[in-house]
Every structure is written in C-alpha cells, then in structure tokens.
Design a protein around this ligand. Structure first.
Ligand code: C5P
Length: 299
C-alpha cells in the first residue's frame, strides 16, 4: 500500500527569542504560516528496511534525513511487527532555507505511516514524536497557521487570516540554523516582544499592518554576515511588498502582498535575478494538503 501527498513550506511572520535554556535550545515565540510551495512525498509499505530516495543531490538519504528518522522513531517505539518502508521525495522547497521543507517531509511521513501501519496514534502522540525529531515538525501536524512557544513545539491555533500572496526569494546559499543561534546577542533580543500586536493584525486580516509589524530576532545576525539579505528586502519593498522578512534562520526572504496583481508584477520583475523565486499563497487548513484519512485521528 502506498500514499502520495505534498508537504508545504512555512514562513515565520514573527519570531521573538526570549532567552537561552539549560538544554541549549532557545525559548521563543513565533507566528507560523504555511504557504503553497510543496515537496512531493510518496510513502510505500515495502518488505525490508527503511529506504529514502530524494531527487536533491545534497540531501542525505540515510539516518540523517528527517523523513528516515520519522519512520525509525515509529518503528522503534510502537509495538507491532512492521515491514519496511520506501520514501520517495521530490524537492521543490529550497534546503537550508528557513522554510521547514525537511520538517514538513518528516511530519508527512509520521501521518502516512500512522495510517499505513495502522498505528492509531492520536494527534498528541504524533506531536510528541515530532517534537523529539525537531522543533518545527509539530507545526506541520497542526497547521496551517499557529502560535509556537517553547522551542516552537508548544502550539496554539490561530484563526487563519484571509489568504494573501507571499513571494519567496532564496539567494541560493543555505544557512546553518545552529550557527545563527550561536551568534545571537541575547541582551539585544530580550526587550520588546511585538508578536501579540502582529497576531492581532493577522486575526483581523489586516495584511498591510501585518506587513508593517513583521519581526524576526534572527534577522540582524544573518544580515550582518550576508548583506545580500538586506538587498533582497530592499528590492521587495521597492516592488510594493507590504513588508519583507527573513524566514526563520534563513536564507529565504519573503515579501507579503495583499494584492495578487502586484505580487505577480513583482515576481515578473524579479525573474532576471540570480535567485530562486516563488510566488505563493498562504494555506488556510491542513485539509487543503493531505488526503482526509491521513488527518482523521483523535486529538
Ligand atoms: O530542533 P531543530 O533540530 O530544528 O534545531 C536545530 C538547531 O537550532 C538546534 O540544534 C539549536 O542550535 C537551534 N535552535 C535553538 N532553539 C530553538 C530551535 C532551534 O537554539 N528553539
């Protein structure tokens, strides 16, 4: 039996770091939003072991791959006699780009195997496995927009705003998340937290004010080392974006637009640049992504 589905990218409309924890992770508050740039994933229950095939040459296909680790954690922790699994991934989402592509793949594999292996795990149990695999993975089981606290894994639902356009620009170099966190000056980030005001405008679908209040404490660190990020932001504002920001720890910058025609015009103007470019829309609900039976489980 096999399942074929697509897993989305995410952006962080806001990301505030409040401190460093004993376990080395940072305590944060973030507003996650899924967008309709997708990887394609196929999960097939097969005899033998866990096998991952990915069409991206730089993405590992062994135990370092998050999708592999999703299958492994279920195999190791759920009683039962499972056969192997073959996971095929077609990458569209840039890797190392702050868009959570690998985290989305991992979450999709958890959902698919819960169904294919008939594990009957609840959303809470799946989210617990997800948070052991990575801070952003629970969000992809929870979607499609949410407030994340703790490491980013403690989630609360947000009412989706009306859909809006998001242009993603990836400068074609990856950025290491641990490196970005290691460069943070916590004295500078501990102050103001604008996530609640951003959340207010988001819930009112006031895209213009969402744009004006985009905030990411990781952005200054990345701009200092990679000035091209600031250049991309300047290009987006000159082309009419309501606001632009680094997504997560980068390297992707996004610009938000409340007028689809302006987004399309900006996209056309940016096409000559040496960047990877995507004109996307926000996702409203998980039901837009996964087959119904994959997300039909107890809370
Ligand atoms: O959880 P994940 O594997 O995505 O985290 C990757 C790295 O990002 C961690 O090893 C850590 O360096 C950093 N991180 C952090 N605080 C968070 C999330 C990630 O310091 N809340």
């Amino acid at each position: 039996m096999s399942l074929k589905f697509k897993t989305p990218a995410k952006i962080n409309l806001g990301l505030h770091i409040s401190g460093k924890r004993q376990d080395g992770f940072h305590e944060l508050e973030t507003l996650f939003q899924m967008v309709d740039l997708f990887d394609e994933v196929e999960v097939e229950s097969t005899p033998g072991d866990i096998r991952v095939f990915c069409d991206h040459p730089e993405i590992p296909d062994g135990p370092e791959n998050l999708a592999y680790r999703s299958a492994k954690i279920l195999k190791d922790h759920c009683p039962g006699d499972y056969s192997g699994v073959t996971i095929k991934i077609k990458k569209r989402i840039p890797a190392g780009g702050g868009l959570g592509g690998g985290s989305g793949n991992a979450a999709g594999v958890l959902l698919a195997l819960n169904l294919l292996w008939n594990l009957k795990l609840s959303r809470t149990q799946l989210m617990d496995f997800a948070s052991q695999l990575g801070s952003d993975i629970p969000f992809f089981l929870f979607g499609a927009c949410a407030l994340g606290r703790g490491r980013g894994e403690r989630l609360s639902h947000l009412q989706p705003s009306k859909k809006f356009n998001v242009i993603l620009i990836n400068p074609r170099f990856p950025i290491s998340t641990p490196w970005v966190y290691s460069q943070l000056n916590l004295k500078l980030t501990k102050g103001e937290n604008n996530i609640s005001i951003l959340q207010k405008f988001f819930s009112q679908s006031d895209i213009s004010n969402v744009g004006a209040h985009l905030t990411n404490d990781l952005e200054p660190v990345v701009i200092k080392r990679f000035p091209e990020i600031q250049h991309i932001k300047n290009r987006l504002s000159a082309l009419g974006s309501r606001g632009s920001l680094l997504s997560g720890s980068g390297s992707t910058v996004f610009g938000i637009f409340d007028d689809p025609q302006m987004a399309e015009a900006a996209y056309e103007k940016l096409r000559d640049e040496k960047w990877d470019l995507f004109n996307t829309q926000t996702v409203g609900s998980l039901t837009e992504l996964y087959p119904k039976e994959m997300i039909d489980f107890p809370e």
